[in-house]
Write a new protein. Sequence first.
Length: 167
Amino acid sequence: MNLFYKLGVLVAIIVTTLTGSAQSRSYRIFDEFANHDGITYMAFSKSMIDAVDLKLDDENKKITGDLNEIRILVLNREKSNLGGSLPKIISGKFNKLNYRNVEPKDQDKSDDIEFWIEGDSKRVKECHVIVKDRKDNQLSCLVSFYGNFKVEDLDNFEKFSRKQAED
Protein backbone atom coordinates (compact mmCIF):
# COMPACT_ATOMS: atom_id res chain seq x y z
CA MET A 1 0.00 0.00 0.00
CA ASN A 2 2.83 2.36 0.81
CA LEU A 3 4.42 1.74 -2.61
CA PHE A 4 1.13 2.47 -4.42
CA TYR A 5 0.72 5.70 -2.46
CA LYS A 6 4.23 6.84 -3.47
CA LEU A 7 3.61 5.90 -7.11
CA GLY A 8 0.32 7.81 -7.07
CA VAL A 9 2.00 10.92 -5.69
CA LEU A 10 4.79 10.62 -8.27
CA VAL A 11 2.29 10.31 -11.14
CA ALA A 12 0.33 13.32 -9.83
CA ILE A 13 3.49 15.42 -9.71
CA ILE A 14 4.48 14.43 -13.25
CA VAL A 15 1.01 15.17 -14.64
CA THR A 16 0.91 18.55 -12.88
CA THR A 17 4.33 19.46 -14.24
CA LEU A 18 3.42 18.47 -17.79
CA THR A 19 0.15 20.41 -17.82
CA GLY A 20 1.87 23.49 -16.40
CA SER A 21 4.58 23.40 -19.03
CA ALA A 22 2.05 22.99 -21.85
CA GLN A 23 1.20 26.70 -21.72
CA SER A 24 2.72 28.96 -24.33
CA ARG A 25 5.89 30.84 -23.48
CA SER A 26 4.24 34.03 -24.70
CA TYR A 27 1.69 33.86 -21.87
CA ARG A 28 4.43 35.34 -19.66
CA ILE A 29 4.28 38.58 -21.64
CA PHE A 30 0.52 38.86 -21.17
CA ASP A 31 0.83 38.00 -17.46
CA GLU A 32 3.47 40.70 -17.01
CA PHE A 33 1.52 43.55 -18.64
CA ALA A 34 -2.13 42.58 -18.04
CA ASN A 35 -2.41 44.33 -14.66
CA HIS A 36 -0.66 47.60 -15.55
CA ASP A 37 -2.61 50.86 -15.57
CA GLY A 38 -3.67 51.83 -19.08
CA ILE A 39 -3.56 48.25 -20.41
CA THR A 40 -6.70 46.41 -21.50
CA TYR A 41 -6.34 42.65 -21.77
CA MET A 42 -8.78 40.32 -23.55
CA ALA A 43 -8.63 36.60 -24.31
CA PHE A 44 -10.97 34.62 -26.52
CA SER A 45 -11.11 30.83 -26.23
CA LYS A 46 -11.77 28.39 -29.06
CA SER A 47 -15.43 27.97 -28.12
CA MET A 48 -15.96 31.74 -28.21
CA ILE A 49 -14.06 32.09 -31.51
CA ASP A 50 -16.10 29.28 -33.09
CA ALA A 51 -19.30 31.11 -32.13
CA VAL A 52 -18.24 34.21 -34.10
CA ASP A 53 -17.59 34.26 -37.84
CA LEU A 54 -14.31 36.17 -38.30
CA LYS A 55 -14.58 38.22 -41.50
CA LEU A 56 -11.47 40.25 -42.05
CA ASP A 57 -12.20 42.37 -45.12
CA ASP A 58 -14.72 43.16 -47.84
CA GLU A 59 -13.65 40.12 -49.83
CA ASN A 60 -14.78 37.87 -46.94
CA LYS A 61 -11.32 36.40 -46.49
CA LYS A 62 -11.04 34.37 -43.35
CA ILE A 63 -8.23 33.06 -41.23
CA THR A 64 -7.81 29.44 -42.24
CA GLY A 65 -6.42 26.67 -40.12
CA ASP A 66 -7.21 25.71 -36.57
CA LEU A 67 -7.58 28.86 -34.44
CA ASN A 68 -7.60 27.95 -30.73
CA GLU A 69 -7.21 31.26 -28.94
CA ILE A 70 -6.79 35.00 -29.47
CA ARG A 71 -5.22 37.26 -26.84
CA ILE A 72 -5.16 41.05 -27.11
CA LEU A 73 -3.32 43.73 -25.11
CA VAL A 74 -4.34 47.32 -25.87
CA LEU A 75 -2.40 50.32 -24.56
CA ASN A 76 -4.16 53.55 -23.59
CA ARG A 77 -1.22 55.96 -23.54
CA GLU A 78 -3.16 58.59 -21.58
CA LYS A 79 -3.67 56.23 -18.63
CA SER A 80 -0.39 54.32 -18.85
CA ASN A 81 2.97 55.10 -17.28
CA LEU A 82 4.87 52.54 -19.38
CA GLY A 83 6.30 55.03 -21.88
CA GLY A 84 7.41 54.78 -25.48
CA SER A 85 9.87 51.92 -24.97
CA LEU A 86 7.11 49.31 -24.63
CA PRO A 87 7.31 48.08 -28.27
CA LYS A 88 11.05 47.50 -27.84
CA ILE A 89 10.47 45.71 -24.52
CA ILE A 90 7.85 43.36 -25.98
CA SER A 91 9.91 42.74 -29.14
CA GLY A 92 12.92 41.96 -26.94
CA LYS A 93 10.87 39.50 -24.90
CA PHE A 94 9.71 37.65 -28.03
CA ASN A 95 13.31 37.57 -29.24
CA LYS A 96 14.55 36.14 -25.91
CA LEU A 97 11.79 33.52 -25.99
CA ASN A 98 13.14 32.39 -29.41
CA TYR A 99 10.24 33.56 -31.57
CA ARG A 100 11.07 34.52 -35.17
CA ASN A 101 10.50 38.02 -36.54
CA VAL A 102 8.93 37.72 -40.03
CA GLU A 103 7.21 39.83 -42.68
CA PRO A 104 4.21 38.86 -44.85
CA LYS A 105 5.00 37.92 -48.46
CA ASP A 106 4.87 40.60 -51.15
CA GLN A 107 4.91 43.47 -48.66
CA ASP A 108 7.45 46.14 -47.86
CA LYS A 109 8.90 46.19 -44.38
CA SER A 110 6.64 48.23 -42.13
CA ASP A 111 7.82 50.31 -39.18
CA ASP A 112 4.42 50.27 -37.51
CA ILE A 113 3.81 46.51 -37.40
CA GLU A 114 5.89 43.50 -36.34
CA PHE A 115 5.20 39.78 -36.65
CA TRP A 116 6.67 37.23 -34.24
CA ILE A 117 5.91 33.58 -34.93
CA GLU A 118 6.53 30.11 -33.61
CA GLY A 119 6.48 27.45 -36.30
CA ASP A 120 8.21 26.42 -39.50
CA SER A 121 8.11 27.64 -43.10
CA LYS A 122 4.72 26.02 -43.79
CA ARG A 123 2.77 25.96 -40.51
CA VAL A 124 2.58 28.50 -37.69
CA LYS A 125 1.57 27.56 -34.13
CA GLU A 126 1.60 31.11 -32.77
CA CYS A 127 1.49 34.47 -34.50
CA HIS A 128 2.00 37.64 -32.46
CA VAL A 129 1.32 40.98 -34.14
CA ILE A 130 2.59 44.20 -32.55
CA VAL A 131 0.77 47.24 -33.98
CA LYS A 132 2.52 50.51 -33.08
CA ASP A 133 0.97 53.96 -33.03
CA ARG A 134 2.08 55.70 -36.22
CA LYS A 135 2.49 59.08 -34.51
CA ASP A 136 5.21 58.32 -31.97
CA ASN A 137 5.84 54.59 -32.46
CA GLN A 138 4.27 53.61 -29.15
CA LEU A 139 2.50 50.28 -28.82
CA SER A 140 -1.16 50.47 -29.74
CA CYS A 141 -1.85 46.77 -29.33
CA LEU A 142 -0.48 43.26 -29.27
CA VAL A 143 -2.70 40.64 -30.89
CA SER A 144 -1.69 36.99 -30.50
CA PHE A 145 -3.18 34.09 -32.44
CA TYR A 146 -2.72 30.51 -31.18
CA GLY A 147 -3.48 27.42 -33.24
CA ASN A 148 -2.20 25.77 -36.40
CA PHE A 149 -2.18 28.09 -39.43
CA LYS A 150 -0.79 28.26 -42.92
CA VAL A 151 1.96 30.79 -43.56
CA GLU A 152 -0.27 32.60 -46.10
CA ASP A 153 -2.51 33.67 -43.21
CA LEU A 154 0.01 36.29 -41.98
CA ASP A 155 -1.48 38.93 -44.28
CA ASN A 156 -4.95 38.25 -42.85
CA PHE A 157 -3.59 38.50 -39.29
CA GLU A 158 -2.17 41.93 -40.11
CA LYS A 159 -5.54 43.20 -41.39
CA PHE A 160 -7.35 41.85 -38.32
CA SER A 161 -4.76 43.34 -35.93
CA ARG A 162 -4.85 46.77 -37.58
CA LYS A 163 -8.65 46.75 -37.33
CA GLN A 164 -8.43 45.95 -33.59
CA ALA A 165 -5.96 48.81 -33.06
CA GLU A 166 -8.24 51.28 -34.85
CA ASP A 167 -11.40 50.31 -32.92
